[in-house]
Design a protein around this ligand. Structure first.
Ligand code: SF4
Length: 348
């Protein structure tokens, strides 16, 4: 058996949402890979292991990152703007995107054959969030679905303490995972990494349809949703593909769903690819407008006013932002103070 953990295994946690099968195999139902895992083996994410017919999480209570971030950095622009989110992650991911910006922690088990992390119980995470003056806990940086047990226990305690819970996710979870989390999950930002199944299969190691299903499921379950597309040159930047993505968001999730179009910076296995041009990002924004989206933001570049929230009816600046920080907020009781229309989101 591969030894992934760096110390003893006394804090292993039995997994949620799995089934025992024949010959000691188990099936994990957390994400759409639905791995069938033989004894002594791990799932695709490498952080869930079958030991003698029982599936365990190898990352419960072990954070690879803990930071206080502005919620705008997730990015969430229409959910408690101007507040801080206590952000945590464990090692591992169920995707292997060739351009991953956090590959050193997301691919650590796969690339280094190692799982490390600082021990922190769910209660300690909640206490740290409260001490830091945060209004929410964000499960982020890597994929929270693969550390569901840890996120779930933390999220329950967070709600009891009056904190919101946020997933920053690739959207590959199953419907049953989302239904389990729904009572405690308030908001999510989901990456729609491409609008091509071929790209998902070739560059990510996954499929497109389960991501689209999760986006619709989150909307149905009443979780506040924002969508991000990292525009990678030569991968997902054709006008036709961007139009399909924008059209899906507008038609299936609603025109009030914020779409964050972010610039790619060279990373991981795409270190020689140039960064996304501002012209492509502006073109994507124009396409989003033509497809009817009300709130489109350009991120990861210095572009004047590209992060401000404007009233889609009268154009009043409702939330001003600079470098992830809110410079002014004018939404009153979910409405534009100028023309009175409802502004989609969860506002203070
Ligand atoms: S969470 Fe991990 S083990 Fe479970 S189905 Fe997804 S990749 Fe497989």
């Amino acid at each position: 058996m591969a030894k992934l953990r760096d110390d003893n295994d006394t804090d292993l946690k039995e997994a949620m949402l799995y089934e025992k099968g024949k010959n000691g195999k188990v099936t994990c139902n957390l994400c759409a890979h639905r791995c069938s895992i033989a004894e002594g083996k791990q799932g695709i994410c490498q952080v869930r292991e079958n030991r003698d017919g029982t599936l365990y999480s190898l990352v419960y209570g072990r954070t690879i990152a803990q930071h206080v971030d502005p919620i705008e950095k997730k990015p969430l622009y229409h959910f408690l703007p101007g507040t801080a989110a206590y952000s945590i992650a464990t090692a591992g991911c169920n995707f292997r995107c060739r351009w991953c910006q956090n590959w050193d922690i997301s691919q650590m088990p796969r690339e280094k054959g190692l799982i490390v992390g600082e021990k922190a119980s769910p209660q300690e995470i909640v206490n740290s969030a409260l001490r830091s003056g945060c209004r929410s806990i964000a499960y982020t940086y890597t994929e929270p679905t693969i550390f569901s047990e840890y996120a779930y226990d933390t999220a329950k305690l967070a709600h009891e303490a009056g904190l919101a819970n946020i997933f920053v996710s690739n959207g590959y979870m199953t419907r049953e995972m989302l239904e389990t989390f729904q009572p405690y999950l308030d908001a999510a930002n989901v990456d729609l990494k491409a609008f091509s199944d071929k790209t998902y299969r070739k560059h990510i190691g996954a499929r497109l349809q389960p991501v689209l299903d999760s986006l619709v499921n989150m909307k149905e379950l009443g979780i506040w949703l924002e969508v991000t597309t990292l525009v990678v040159p030569g991968i997902n930047d054709s006008p036709d593909e961007l139009r399909e993505a924008a059209g899906f968001i507008s038609n299936k999730l609603g025109r009030g769903t914020p779409w964050h179009i972010s610039a790619f910076h060279a990373s991981y296995k795409m270190a020689d690819v140039p960064r996304t041009s501002i012209a492509i990002l502006r073109q994507a924004r124009q396409i989003g407008r033509e497809e009817g989206l009300d709130y489109i933001y350009i991120g990861n570049v210095a572009e004047e006013a590209a992060q401000d929230t404007l009233c889609p009816s009268c154009g009043t600046i409702l939330v001003g932002r600079r470098s992830y920080f809110v410079t002014g907020q004018r939404v009153e009781e979910n409405r534009c103070p100028q023309c009175g229309i409802t502004i989609a989101g969860v506002w203070d």
